[in-house]
Design a protein around this ligand. Structure first.
Ligand code: ASP
Ligand code: MG
Length: 406
């Protein structure tokens, strides 16, 4: 078997952890598997670098930031390689560039354009264990170091696994796998044995922090099988794979919540073509990502209300932009509400089962939780509710859909 293993920040968080990971790797090697390692920076390092740069200036140069941040992964890759080598096995530490991760030039959120991991393959073929610095790449002309966005080591691992056609990409973290919901909120939350890429994608973008969303997209596209598991024990983890017919039998696989959103509402917006286009163009040109949008039918054919959600960190600037536009359009007041949460249920079974939304809404209403906004996809229903009901909503939905049961 050829196995790509990615170890996250807490897994390599200190010297003892690095030693423990090295032992784990060597043990696997003893079973005669080909092994490629990808690592994150030691826990907290990336944030520490960001804070230090922030003390120098409010707006650090992005190229410089990429150079700075990429150093964290270089440190952990080197140390892990040193540890493995010291145990009498052959390891070779590689930067993102040396591993052939070629990206575009979008600093701090670069996209992978090509994978030229010939050197990684040669190393494996000659019995070495490559230890690759995750989260980083190099531009096509080899002139600039880039990073792949927060949590990007997952993407490095999946990309390398797809290039090598690895049998499995193991993502090691500090939790046992993917749960039906946050076990910190519902103690009956159950670890899932298996989940589809699409479900994982929804859960990842909804704030389940086990896998970076872009790595799941990549894995889906190239059908890289992933297993999420803990580096602190030998529990089997959760498989993230292509959908199979079994999965459809389960209507809801998980409940997620996201407390990082804010809702902006504009009243009395003139109801004519081009208004929404103008508003959202301005928001987008300020690099603010809009999630949900609701526009009401106007009762008099002249005015309507529009609400949309943005990440909490962008709420102030989104409100300012909106106020400017409402002024120009002759619309009414724009207000922001920060005390909200997005609560979602996810499951591929929704494609083939009816009544799921009704059940969700009824359950919320039975618990006197008001729904402010609703959005749906084929396999997801999300509601915006008041922040203070987040935990209650997660619990009652987990109960009603019987997620604690196999
Ligand atoms: N060290 C980077 C981060 O903290 C990348 C990663 O951990 O995957 O976002
Ligand atoms: Mg991570």
């Amino acid at each position: 078997m050829l196995i790509v293993q990615k170890y996250g920040g807490t897994s390599v968080g200190n010297i003892d952890r690095i030693r423990a990971v090295a032992e784990r790797v060597v043990k696997r090697r003893e079973e005669r598997h080909g092994i490629v390692i990808v690592v994150s920076a030691m826990a907290g390092e990336t944030d520490r670098f960001i804070d230090i740069a922030g003390e120098l200036t409010g707006k650090p140069n992005e190229r410089d930031m990429d150079m700075l941040l990429s150093s964290g992964e270089i440190v952990s890759a080197s140390l892990l390689s040193i540890a493995i080598n010291s145990m009498g096995y052959n390891a070779i530490a590689l930067t993102g560039m040396q591993a052939g991760i070629i990206t575009n030039t979008s600093h701090t959120k670069a996209k992978i354009e090509d994978i030229r991991a010939g050197r990684v393959k040669e190393a494996v073929d000659s019995g070495y264990i490559p230890v690759i610095a995750g989260f980083q790449g190099i531009t096509e002309d080899f002139s600039d170091i880039t990073t792949l966005g927060r949590g990007g080591s997952d993407l490095t691992a999946v990309a390398i696994a797809s290039f090598l056609k690895a049998d499995i990409c193991e993502i090691y973290t500090d939790v046992d796998g993917v749960y039906t919901t946050d076990p910190g909120i519902v103690d009956k939350a159950r670890k899932l044995e298996k989940i589809s890429y699409d479900e994982m994608l929804e859960l990842a973008s909804l704030g389940a922090k086990v896998l970076q969303a872009r790595s799941v997209e990549f894995a889906k596209k190239y059908e890289v099988p992933i297993v999420v598991r803990s580096s602190f024990n030998y529990s089997p983890g959760t498989l993230v794979v292509k959908e199979d017919s079994d999965m459809e039998k389960v209507v809801v696989s998980g409940v997620a919540c996201d407390k990082n959103q804010a809702k902006i509402t504009i009243r009395d917006v003139p109801d004519r073509p081009g208004i929404a286009a103008g508003l959202f163009q301005s928001v987008a040109s300020n690099n603010i990502v809009v999630d949900m949008i609701v526009q009401n039918i106007s009762s008099d054919g002249k005015f309507t209300d529009i609400s949309f959600t943005v990440p909490k960190t962008d709420a102030k600037s989104a409100l300012n932009i909106t106020k400017q536009i409402t002024g120009e359009l002759g619309a009414g007041e724009a207000t922001v509400l920060e005390d909200i949460a997005k609560i979602s249920i996810v499951g591929v079974g929704m494609r083939t089962h009816s009544g799921v939304a009704a059940k969700m809404f009824k359950t919320l209403s039975d618990n006197s939780i008001n729904i402010m906004m609703i959005s749906t996809s084929e396999i997801k229903i999300s509601c915006i509710i008041s922040l203070k009901y987040t935990e209650l909503a997660v619990r009652v939905l987990h109960d009603i859909f019987e997620l604690e049961k196999e």
